[in-house]
Design a protein around this ligand. Structure first.
Ligand SMILES: *Cc1c(COP(=O)(O)O)cnc(C)c1O
Length: 373
């Protein structure tokens, strides 16, 4: 078969999220629909309990999406106007927007060679106004939480994790989303655990923070109906919760499949000098990575991308091509040379549950022929 005849490999296959288990999902919709169980219903409470148990956390609270989850988490931890929160500029703009909407100032810093927040850069950015560190557990990998935890303790800062991309990831055996005062997880369809729409959760081990989160996500309302503060409306739909609860049951297998695909990429591509791969799934005792994304650094990135596109293979340049501080209209004044250079080379290869081993081989064959002729 010539390359143009081969079926294309999209970067992400959205229809497969439904087609892969249509019958089970329709049964589930019917059940929820017939019960009229749409908002704050038992499927949601059960999913929250299952999610907390999976993570080894005390509390999980469904919210409308992870961006809202971060806003609520920051507010519950007391972050607000006049304060600064440090984050890695290699993240979704949502991370910084969440800080902005609490009234605090988002302070972007460099990432390290593994693309996650650099603790040395964090320390250098701390000022008397700093109140929190917001590490993004990027690409299914957890940051060095020992180093960040020591900084937080020494300088009296809170840690709020952006774990949107990291459900199931671990650092030294401990699950992402359980290290700080609170953390947000995303159930956007293309995330590790995807719903059929928007969704998120906030996770915490603190009963006091959980109480605040509950109020903040539901109009400032307490369990007894009393309005005790200004709040948002950001609840996880019960129908989405039912889908997520169903999908959480096979999540362990999903993670193992992602790690197998990452292993296969490494076997096929580790010899290429022009392509730097993310850390492998084996041999690093500190990190258990779950590969939300397979983020490479590619020499001649844009040409490689075009070449793969010509062979029907979809790739993605992260975050529309810029780190958060590089979006001029957001008003950042920082220069982050390491991150800026990195963004000239970053390229995500397809890695998701709709891909066969054969698909990965095809992607690798194409990359080999691009670099090796
Ligand atoms: C997806 C994502 C978000 C936002 O999640 P939503 O649920 O879409 O609000 C935030 N941060 C990171 C790192 C993400 O990948």
């Amino acid at each position: 078969m010539t390359p143009t005849e081969a079926p294309s490999i999209p970067f992400f296959n959205y229809p497969s999220l439904f087609a892969g288990e249509e019958a089970e999902l329709v049964t589930l919709f019917r059940d929820v629909g017939r019960r009229g169980a749409f908002i704050l219903q038992p499927d949601l409470a059960r999913f929250e309990a299952d999610l907390a148990a999976y993570l080894g956390a005390r509390h999980a609270l469904g919210v409308g999406n992870a961006t809202d989850g971060l806003i609520i988490a920051l507010r519950a931890a007391g972050i607000g106007a006049g304060q600064e929160v440090i984050f890695s500029s290699h993240t979704m703009v949502a991370t910084a927007a969440a800080i902005h909407f609490t009234g605090a100032t988002p302070v972007p810093v460099e990432c390290g060679t593994d693309h996650l927040i650099d603790p040395v850069a964090v320390e250098a950015a701390i000022t008397p106004r700093t109140r929190a560190i917001l590490p993004t557990q990027l690409n299914g990998r957890t940051a060095d939480m020992d180093a960040l935890g020591k900084l937080a303790q020494h300088f009296g800062l809170a840690i709020i994790e952006d774990a949107a991309q990291a459900l199931g990831s671990r650092f030294r055996g401990q699950a992402a989303a359980t290290f700080g005062a609170a953390a947000a997880i995303s159930f956007f369809p293309a995330k590790l655990l995807g719903s059929l729409g928007d969704g998120g959760a906030v996770v915490t081990n603190s009963a006091a923070i959980y109480g605040r989160l509950v109020e903040l996500h539901d109009h400032g309302r307490r369990a007894d109906g009393e309005i005790v503060s200004w709040g948002l409306n950001s609840r996880l739909d019960n129908l989405q919760a039912a889908i997520l609860r169903h999908r959480l049951r096979s999540f362990g297998a999903a993670i193992e499949r992602r790690r197998a695909l990452a292993r296969l990429y490494r076997e096929r591509l580790a010899g290429l000098e022009e392509l730097k791969l993310p850390p492998g799934p084996d041999g690093d005792r500190d990190h258990f990575d779950v590969y939300q994304n397979y983020e490479t650094e590619a020499v001649r990135r844009d040409l490689l991308r075009e070449f793969l596109k010509g062979r029907g293979i979809g790739t993605l340049v992260p975050w529309g091509g810029k780190a958060v501080h590089q979006w001029e209209r957001l008003g950042f004044e920082q220069r982050l040379p390491f991150t800026e250079r990195l963004f000239e080379r970053l390229l995500l290869l397809p890695l998701n549950l709709s891909l066969s081993d054969g698909d990965i081989h095809r992607v690798c064959d194409a990359i080999q022929s691009f670099y090796c002729g």
